[in-house]
Design a protein around this ligand. Structure first.
Ligand SMILES: *Cc1c(COP(=O)(O)O)cnc(C)c1O
Length: 420
């Protein structure tokens, strides 16, 4: 049985009961995204930088790449930040113009970069060897360069990509070499870019990195934009520090305007947020299969696992878990785990309203890097996705089925017999 493409509801604002009704209509765990939250985050960023003459927000679509979400972004006026040719193709399919897409890959082949450049997409290069080869072959295609300012943003070295040993970006100490390549090839650098990591906790650190980017920018005379990447932190639980976008907007806008005066003309200020735009808009709905008492805890086992939401196991990320079937219930302590045949803990020792088997658990902050990282491990289907838009739930991805699982597998029977 297939899910019906449009779920029924008359409410404008998404409530617990809307989520439950969606969960009941789904055949398994389901991701739900609230379009209004995505739109308000986008608007917040635009407002924070309203003092800047030319602002460009390029949604980093690796966070959540469903084409309907991309379409929503495009309708808001967003551009797209992509890291693979496949993301570029998805963006084009969603209706983005090539000129509104920037390609910021790391470690991909020169051929992939050339193919994307031929489509008219803005190229961002983060490697001297590729820069020289690309510039030699295509001196007329303007490129952006990604620099590594060697500023440590955030605490986790897996998600902080600006430090000295990072594989990302061209070191600022190598700018003389970049200038040599530009001179030798006659290529044009039209943008400078940095993306320092995934968690900006301290605005002063970010502004410090920005100064390094400004200093770099002054070395290139043909710029049309400066791209400050992303790393905006959103709260995952009560009391979490979140990037103060409004304060950042005020301080960076002022500094940017002063820079443009020094530079001699107004440039475009670009950002490429992923998590900031979609994280809080997402809810992952799962059903409790079993409540299991052990000698040390009470497990609530849901019909999902790290095959669908890997962040807690991969990054030790915290996702709020709410029992939306019994929100007013007495709170008790649970360890919420999945059904995968190895350890797949979603949350240890959490205070959650009393859980009964069959209850629906909603995981919060499930918009960014959740479905996007889902797999078929344990031969499970990847879940459905629903976009909640103006009071209506729209199915934007069906749950997979057995045919999907078999797709591209080739059953070869060699008829080899093992002698008894
Ligand atoms: C992943 C990525 C982003 C988005 O990072 P968030 O923390 O999700 O905002 C932006 N730019 C580049 C180059 C990226 O690789």
């Amino acid at each position: 049985m297939d899910l019906i493409p449009t779920f029924e509801s008359n409410l404008r604002v998404m409530t617990h009961s809307d989520l439950i009704s969606i969960a009941e209509q789904a055949e398994g765990p389901v991701y739900v995204y609230d379009a209004a939250k995505i739109q308000s985050q986008y608007q917040r960023l635009v407002n924070a930088f309203s003092g800047v003459e030319k602002l460009k927000i390029n949604y980093a679509c690796k966070a959540l790449s469903n084409v309907s979400v991309l379409k929503l972004m495009q309708n808001m006026g967003s551009g797209l930040d992509t890291v693979s040719i496949q993301e570029v193709l998805l963006g084009l399919r969603a209706g983005f113009k090539p000129a509104d897409i920037i390609f910021t890959p790391n470690g991909v082949s020169l051929e992939e970069i050339e193919t994307v450049a031929e489509m008219g997409v803005q190229i961002n290069i983060d490697n001297l060897s590729i820069l020289e080869q690309f510039g030699t072959k295509h001196p007329n295609v303007p490129v952006c360069i990604r620099i590594n300012p060697h500023v440590m943003a955030g605490g986790n070295s897996n998600i902080s990509v600006g430090h000295i040993d990072s594989k990302f970006g061209i070191s600022i100490h190598q700018i003389p070499h970049v200038l040599r390549i530009v001179e030798n090839t006659n290529m044009r650098i039209n943008g400078v870019h940095m993306h320092t990591g995934s968690d900006i906790l301290d605005i002063e650190v970010f502004l410090h990195a920005s100064e390094i980017l400004f200093n770099t920018a002054l070395q290139f005379k043909d710029l049309s934009f400066i791209d400050f990447g992303s790393g905006f932190k959103v709260p995952y639980r009560e009391g979490d520090i979140e990037t103060n976008i409004e304060e950042l907007g005020e301080k960076l806008s002022q500094r940017f305007k002063a820079f443009c005066e020094t530079y001699g003309r107004p440039l475009e200020l670009a950002f490429e947020p992923g998590k900031f735009l979609v994280s809080q808009a997402g809810y992952f709905l799962t059903k409790v299969n079993a409540v299991k008492q052990t000698t040390s805890t009470v497990f609530a086992q849901v019909d999902s696992g790290f095959n669908h939401l890997i962040r807690p196991m991969l990054y030790n990320s915290y996702h709020e878990i709410v029992n939306i079937s019994n929100p007013e219930g007495k709170e008790r302590f649970y360890t919420v785990v999945g059904y995968i045949c190895e350890t797949d803990t979603f949350g240890s020792n959490r205070k959650i309203a009393e859980i009964s088997e069959g209850d629906i658990m909603a995981f919060h902050n499930a918009g960014a890097y959740c479905f996007a990282m889902a797999s078929n491990y344990n031969s499970r289907y990847r879940p459905a996705e629903v976009l909640w838009h103006e009071g209506e739930a729209h199915l934007i991805r069906k749950q997979e089925n057995f045919e999907d699982l078999m797709q591209n597998q080739i059953l070869v029977d060699f008829k080899d017999k093992i002698e008894a």
